[in-house]
Design a protein around this ligand. Structure first.
Ligand code: NAD
Length: 289
């Protein structure tokens, strides 16, 4: 069992940290907001007053933060200085591949072993400990991280060197965003035509168009319940990562571009704090509904 520091105890981080406690690890957490810290203490972990306090003496350091700037702030503003040489640093956040590569290089200079390990599966996946984890970094470090991945996830793969996990997560997010957009269009079409959209989605979910999104979210979308879950603001960030990644890789992803603009519209219309299924609102607006 390991001594683990967990920084970023939000919608995803709090349940993940609790699973690590349940798996027998000694988990010390830090978050700028008190809510996640209270949840960790209730789960049997302990709370630190800052990044350095959580990281000092940890064999494994974990971050689960919203965006690039938060990861850079934590890594360069305390984590690197406080982590002992040889510690394994796993960043579960979804950020740009370039940032993951820069963080890994800076970590290596200090003797840390660094993995980018963005996740998919949403809040429910984190609560149920069945996340999919896409890992970039050295094979030996991936092997060393297995007990952590097994405690919070079900499917985990090493997909390449540092930054590779973020490319796979970008690919994941363009599929998720595109699927939400098309489910929204299907709902708008069926409702406008006066058919029973609920029964329609039930039968669609039994055929080739079945997806986890239809399975988990069709009820809340039909009821127009958009509490997050995964915020439009974060998906906007992810579509930015996906479009920049396409540029870096030198490829054209036209549908990704359209989905990115739909997500941008949702944000511009003031829906940034709603769940990404609120893309339905934008698609309805386009048809004046
Ligand atoms: P969140 O906003 O709920 O949680 C992030 C936490 O980080 C917050 O509690 C915040 O207070 C904390 N934080 C911010 N800056 C900090 C700092 N400098 N020091 C310490 N703590 C700090 O976000 P989330 O939904 O848990 O998402 C986290 C990451 O996981 C994001 O990159 C997101 O894209 C990704 N992700 C989210 C989901 C989801 O369904 N919510 C699914 C897969 C991946």
């Amino acid at each position: 069992m390991s001594k683990i520091a967990f920084i970023g105890l939000g919608i995803m981080g709090a349940p993940m940290a609790a699973h690590l406690v349940r798996a027998g690890h000694e988990v010390t957490g830090y978050d700028v907001a008190p809510k996640g810290l209270d949840a960790l203490v209730a789960a049997g972990g302990s709370a630190a007053g800052d990044v350095a306090g959580a990281v000092a003496g940890a064999e494994i350091v974990i971050t689960m933060l919203p965006q690039d700037e938060h990861v850079e702030e934590v890594v360069f503003g305390g984590l690197l200085d406080a982590a002992g040489p040889g510690a394994l640093y796993i960043d579960f956040s979804t950020i740009r591949p370039e940032t993951s590569i820069r963080v890994a290089e800076a970590g290596r200079e200090r003797g840390l072993r660094v993995l980018d390990a963005p996740v998919s599966g949403g809040e429910k996946g984190a609560v149920d400990a069945v996340l999919s984890i896409m890992v970039g970094g050295a094979e030996a470090d991936f092997e060393a991280a297995r007990p952590v991945f097994a405690a919070v996830g079900k499917t985990f793969e090493r997909v390449g060197g540092n930054g590779a996990g973020q490319y796979v997560k970008a690919a994941n997010q363009l599929i998720v965003g595109g699927t939400y957009g098309l489910v929204a269009e299907a709902i708008v079409l069926m409702e406008a035509a006066g058919v029973d959209a609920g029964a329609g989605l039930d039968v669609i979910a039994g055929g080739l168009a079945a997806s986890r999104i239809l399975e988990l979210k069709r009820g809340s979308m039909l009821a127009r319940r958009f509490e997050p879950g995964f915020r439009i603001d974060l998906h906007h960030k992810d579509m930015g990562i996906a479009t920049a990644a396409a540029r870096t890789a030198g490829v054209s992803l036209p549908l990704t571009g359209m989905v990115a603009q739909l997500v941008a519209a949702a944000r511009a219309q003031g829906h940034g704090a709603l769940d990404h299924s609120a893309l339905l609102k934008v698609v309805e607006d386009l048809s004046g509904r």
